[in-house]
Design a protein around this ligand. Sequence first.
Ligand SMILES: Cc1cc2nc3c(=O)[nH]c(=O)nc-3n(C[C@H](O)[C@H](O)[C@H](O)COP(=O)(O)OP(=O)(O)OC[C@H]3O[C@@H](n4cnc5c(N)ncnc54)[C@H](O)[C@@H]3O)c2cc1C
Length: 591
Amino acid sequence: MQIYKTPLKEFKFLIEDFLKLNETEFLKNQELETSDLMLILDEAAKLCEETLLPLNQSGDSEGCKFDNGNVTTPKGFKDAFKLFAENGWQGLKVKEEFGGQNLPYIMNMLLDEMISSTNMSFGLYSGLTANAIDAIEKSGSNELKKTYLPNLASGKWTGTMNLTEPQCGTDLGLSKTMAIPNEDGSYSLTGTKIFITCGEHDISENIIHLVLARTPDAPPGIKGISLFLVPKFLPNANNVYDVRNGVECGSIEKKMGIHASPTCVMHYNHAKGWLVGDINKGMKAMFIMMNGARLFVGIQGLGLSETAFQSSLYYSKERLQGKLSASNNIADPILVHPEIRKNLLYIKSINEAVRGLTLLTGNYFDIIENSKNEQEKIQAENFIALMTPIIKSYASDKSVENTNRAMQIYGGHGFITDHGMEQLVRDARITTIYEGTNGIQALDLIGRKLNINNGILFKEFIELIDSDIDRFNQNHAMTKYLKLYLPSYENFKNALSFIKSLNDEKEINSHAVEFLNLSSLISLGFVWLRFIEISLDKLKASKDEFYNSKIETGNFFLTKLLVETQMLYDNIKSGGKYYNDYKDNYFETAI
Ligand SMILES: Cc1cc2nc3c(=O)[nH]c(=O)nc-3n(C[C@H](O)[C@H](O)[C@H](O)COP(=O)(O)OP(=O)(O)OC[C@H]3O[C@@H](n4cnc5c(N)ncnc54)[C@H](O)[C@@H]3O)c2cc1C
């Protein structure tokens, strides 16, 4: 059995003490307080714990069924989605004019985390719908917004994202799907998309596909891609959406995890669609959706890691093996053993910092929407741009590692199905692959993000860390922790200078993953220093163990995890020639 209780105390700490949301204009303008947000989160917690978690293992074993173009979701999913939609969860962060609740962006992030912790497959239906809403809201015409957003925000309809084709995965410039203009201003789309999450199912009345395609005279490659909205059902003469469009699910994939979410082959055969955004600027429009989707994938990783942590903690208190304490027990709970404790603390220290970094990043979306200060908005955009590949990759990589560590804590009982640990391991694996593989995220960071405006993203991040360091230098209690951080911070800055000194693209790309991991550790260490600073301050007036545990968890992270930065820096400095110059035939000499 998977164990999960929503970490509401942690959420409160993040909302009130870390992000200080009560002080933001956005909340004040809405006449909301953080206590209101906590009440909403409490309701979301009930939905996730009571409705979604009980469907997680049954959904995994039952899976989705395909029959002649139709997909049936596992027992309970349809009703759960109905409940989710009726209670307004799909439109949590959507503007009121489109039927949403206009709550802070981070509220949706926390909801996504809870859903991912309790039922990652379920979260794909709502997650992709949320991303489709973002893309239509930011790039769609007023007509498209008026027609589609209220139905998506209410959960009556769901959304999908169609990029991948058999010959076109990472390299979207290879896309072949064609969009031919119709006389009425719409387009006729023909082509095949593969791996489309929730492309067909029975939980919503209509499915709105966002599809990348090429118009007849578009330039080749990525510059000739446009984005189109293609509904499964079109309206009849009475504006009822019951006319089947030319889009059909050909089959669903058998796969390693997320069994309750169908991964579909979608055939478009003269399907009617409408342009979203400008012609040949599909990637721009799609990126709006993809950035949100990438952060969402990081959150999926975090959600799984949290359930892995809580389940293995519970098990380590129950399972008696080996004796280490002086008690009269025949055997102690395995929680006494150093290796078990180390694994638990490893997972906990990563989860808490990843959650902090994710919410800090998410909060910048609201700053962009609400600030009147142009400079502040640009800096917010820069921070999101820098953190998106870091959060997507690091949180997902660690979810694979953390779910495996949790499984190890269960011993053989983790490998068998009953406890649900092997499901978490299987479900976690896709997070490092979809929404752009983690290798591609690392290239995005070291290539595109590092080169934007002469490295402004990194420059601003370093200024932010430096100003924190200045503040910590005025605070005696922080000296010990700052000392643990500074050598790693030097490794990061040295690695950055080293990479900037290179001019061979292949050599630069050779260090992408190591550099992303180094940047991730520095970002999470930065969050831990802030957590410790707040906790030390809180302890002046409180005896709550929560703050002591925060400080000790941070101490573990800064001591035991940041040491990896030295290894990563040394690795980067030694260069990529070992694999780049390795002859292709050497790979096969032993076969
Ligand atoms: C369960 C599941 C759900 C999915 N959902 C969706 C969805 O809803 N919509 C959708 O459009 N797609 C979806 N995908 C597709 C997914 O996004 C792609 O699988 C992913 O982007 C990688 O593409 P690929 O599989 O073709 O791998 P490839 O592009 O063939 O890559 C193979 C390997 O080569 C590496 N590589 C490729 N190009 C480069 C390069 N230029 N430099 C360095 N390394 C490179 C990659 O990192 C990877 O390790 C889904 C996939 C799965 C399995």
